[in-house]
Design a protein around this ligand. Structure first.
Ligand code: NAP
Ligand code: GFB
Length: 301
């Protein structure tokens, strides 16, 4: 019996987690029920950190709505059902602040998850993620298992997906700014640069996930957030500084802004961990830029 397995162990979050056996799609396709169950029967883990998912930024979500729904709903359903069948005591699953309703009173709190339609750019992913909360609660009620979920804001850090079309804003802009410096071209940022986001560093999410595995047992999920908003334009300027780009930064208003903001309330987290030290955004961006520059050849892009 393995103590803990980590699905998505090669991803941005999974690779930063310091516990358990790390699994990736090379070990098992979690969309496939039979191979998922047989893997769980082999490992018979006590705990599961379920970070595997079909993940992407604004572009990825808008371009692959069907796949983002199918891949995530299948993986999540299979992992929780296989977990219960082999006697897993605790599962920690990941939602995201993009699952919240688009039109709801801010700030976002854990109780508001199901109070309306998510944003049009990512509703398939958002609904598939909401069902993780539903399945975890239903299994807790019928089978008495302790399956919880956590809700991070936008995450960034080393080993991210630096795809220019499908990645999240920070890794995509780091990649684009790196190329603009190398090729002496303009650095193009999508949209107006005005939207606001809350970013949390991957290693902070990993530490909070390890804490939740041992300490968080409430039925309701818990938001992982710094509750500090910053504009996309300011993030782009920070990336210009750490890449050392001297050319022109331009905004492409042909490209979407997506959801304008999704400010979250982290008071539940701080009620448990009042002294948690979040990595400051400038320090996190510097580390992410340095990792990308040093690992350009092998980075996901
Ligand atoms: P990521 O970097 O894209 O990593 C995804 C992981 O899932 C990889 O290890 C991948 O394995 C694995 N995977 C994908 N499809 C699979 C399949 N069919 N079968 C088995 N494994 C599969 O993701 P992340 O950014 O670390 O996200 C971790 C969790 O946090 C996800 O649940 C995500 O929804 C959530 N989240 C992410 C963000 C964010 O901004 N990144 C924000 C909020 C919540 P391979 O390496 O083999 O492909
Ligand atoms: O990170 P991002 O793709 O996802 O985009 P969301 C954030 C903001 O950055 C949007 C702007 O306002 C974009 O217009 N942006 C500017 C860019 N330049 C770029 C660029 O080159 N690439 C990208 N990607 N954005 C996602 C959800 O929403 O949040 C996912 O779609 C997931 O499902 C993720 O939950 C955490 O924050 O808009």
């Amino acid at each position: 019996m393995k103590q803990t397995i980590v699905t998505g162990g090669t991803g941005l979050v999974g690779s930063a987690i310091n516990t358990g056996v790390k699994l990736s799609s090379k070990d098992v396709d979690l969309r496939d029920w039979k191979s998922t169950l047989s893997l769980f029967e082999d490992y018979k883990p006590k705990n599961v950190i379920h970070s595997a998912a079909r993940v992407g930024g604004l572009g990825g979500n808008m371009n692959y709505k069907g796949e983002f729904y199918y891949d995530n709903i299948m993986m999540n359903t299979n992992v929780l059902e296989a977990s219960r069948r082999v006697g897993v005591k605790k599962v920690v699953s990941f939602l995201s602040t993009c699952v919240f309703p688009d039109d709801v009173e801010y700030p976002l709190t854990e109780k508001k998850i199901h109070l309306g339609e998510p944003h049009s750019s990512n509703y398939p992913y958002a609904y598939a993620k909401r069902m993780l909360d539903i399945q975890s609660r239903a299994y807790k009620e019928q089978y008495g298992v302790n399956y919880i979920s956590v809700i991070p804001t936008n995450i960034y850090g080393p080993k991210d997906n630096f795809s220019i079309d499908n990645g999240h804003v920070i890794p995509s802009l780091i990649h684009k700014c790196y190329l603009a410096k190398k090729l002496n071209t303009d650095f193009v940022v999508w949209g107006s640069g005005k939207p606001l986001r809350e970013f949390i560093y991957s290693e902070d999410v990993a530490r909070l996930t390890e804490w939740a595995l041992e300490n968080y047992n409430e039925e309701e999920p818990i938001i992982f957030s710094t509750s500090d908003e910053i504009s996309v334009g300011n993030v782009a300027e920070m990336i210009v500084y750490y890449i050392g780009f001297k050319g022109k930064l331009v905004f492409d208003d042909e490209k979407p802004d997506g959801q304008f903001r999704k400010p979250s309330d982290n008071s539940r987290l701080l009620s448990y961990l009042p002294d948690f030290k979040f990595t400051p955004i400038d320090e996190g961006i510097e580390k992410s830029v340095n990792w990308f520059v040093e690992n350009y050849e092998r980075a996901r892009k």
